[in-house]
Design a protein around this ligand. Structure first.
Ligand SMILES: NC(=O)c1ccc[n+]([C@@H]2O[C@H](COP(=O)([O-])OP(=O)(O)OC[C@H]3O[C@@H](n4cnc5c(N)ncnc54)[C@H](O)[C@@H]3O)[C@@H](O)[C@H]2O)c1
Length: 316
């Protein structure tokens, strides 16, 4: 990460997740934000609006909107949210091709203008897009990561707190695996002020929380009818940026390149990571039950299928 007096954060994609991530970064005064999109006027308009909120929300960092990638020059952290959601009639391969091309193009710009940045990918399908970004950026693995586990574990924390009627702040949890139906929520590592939820809730309630966590994105899509979740996803990305920019060494679940950890090699999957100024400073290996290990392998196999899809369409 490049050091500078006020850090610089580039948010690429000024849609729902990107603009909200920019807003959180400003509110947390993590640094000056450059909001980038291909749509003319969109990042400029949102950036100006967010800057004008500064005097009321009491931040002095700035937000600039641009369609010119050279404006991300020297960014310390880049958050990538550019991409399309899956539309009706679109196959998984269609989405891979569309978003894969977007990510590949953006990585060329990041490589050119922000070669020292820590890059946080948010675009779906997450674990496959972060792998593609890693290949295209050719940055060290510690500086490329995906945001999904922060979101999935935040959802699980919220559901546990709702069920027990306790503060969400007291709940900690860990969700491994890919961002999707095959994610692996870990009740044995879910606690309320240190007390495992297995001691506080019956198994059927825990199972229901796990199922709701897995369906967390779908539940919001069904409610919204058009569009998908963005407040919590953006909060997850900003949380990761905070850990990096403030060198917090926070233990957060992130999609990280596995090189033998958890018996997996050469793919990005959600695992507990210590995040600091070097990006992913450590991957923490938890002891898993056989069922959890099988579930993680199943999740990894799905990611591998996505990577094979990228090869099939010539993006790798
Ligand atoms: N990882 C997660 O947990 C998670 C959670 C929520 C959403 N997502 C994903 O994040 C992505 C964005 O979601 P959203 O709700 O913000 O969508 P959105 O449609 O609101 O915004 C996407 C933006 O990307 C822009 N864009 C497209 N191509 C671009 C390019 N080449 N350069 C710059 N900008 C470009 C579009 O113009 C648009 O403004 C989607 O892929 C979505 O599936 C991931």
């Amino acid at each position: 990460m490049q050091s500078s007096f006020t850090p610089k954060i580039a948010c690429i994609g000024a849609g729902n997740v990107g603009a909200t991530a920019a807003q959180y970064c400003l509110e947390m005064e993590l640094g000056n934000v450059v909001l980038t999109d291909i749509v003319e006027g969109l990042p400029q308009g949102k950036a100006l609006d967010m800057t004008e909120a500064g005097p009321i929300r009491n931040y002095s960092v700035t937000c600039t909107g641009t369609n010119d990638y050279s404006d991300i020059a020297g960014a310390d952290v880049v958050i990538v949210t550019a991409g399309l959601p899956r539309k009706p009639g679109m196959t998984r391969l269609d989405l891979l091709e569309k978003n894969g091309n977007i990510i590949a193009g953006i990585c060329g710009h990041i490589k050119q203008h922000a070669p020292n940045a820590v890059v946080i990918i948010v675009t779906n399908p997450l674990d496959v897009m972060v792998y593609l970004a890693y290949k295209k950026l050719e940055f060290p693995a510690n500086r490329v990561m995906g945001m999904a586990g922060c979101l999935d574990s935040a959802r699980m924390r919220a559901f546990v707190a709702m069920e027990l009627n306790v503060s969400m702040k007291n709940v900690d949890t860990m969700v491994l695996g890919s961002h999707g139906d095959t994610m692996v929520p870990l009740p044995q590592y879910t606690t309320v002020s240190g007390i495992p939820i297995t001691k506080l809730l019956p198994q059927d309630k825990i199972d229901a929380i796990i199922a709701r966590t897995r369906d967390g994105g779908g539940e919001i899509v069904r409610l919204l009818k058009t569009g998908s979740a963005f407040y919590a996803p953006a909060a997850g990305a900003a949380r990761m940026a905070q850990a990096v920019l403030r060198n917090e060494r926070q233990l957060l679940p992130c999609a990280a390149l596995l090189q033998g950890e958890y018996g997996l090699d050469g793919l990005f999957v959600g695992v507990p990571c210590i995040l600091g100024s070097n990006g992913i400073e450590e991957i923490v290996e938890l002891e898993l039950s056989q069922t959890e290990r099988d579930a993680l392998n199943h999740s990894a196999a799905e990611v591998k299928e996505g990577i094979d899809g990228l090869k099939q369409i010539g993006l790798l």
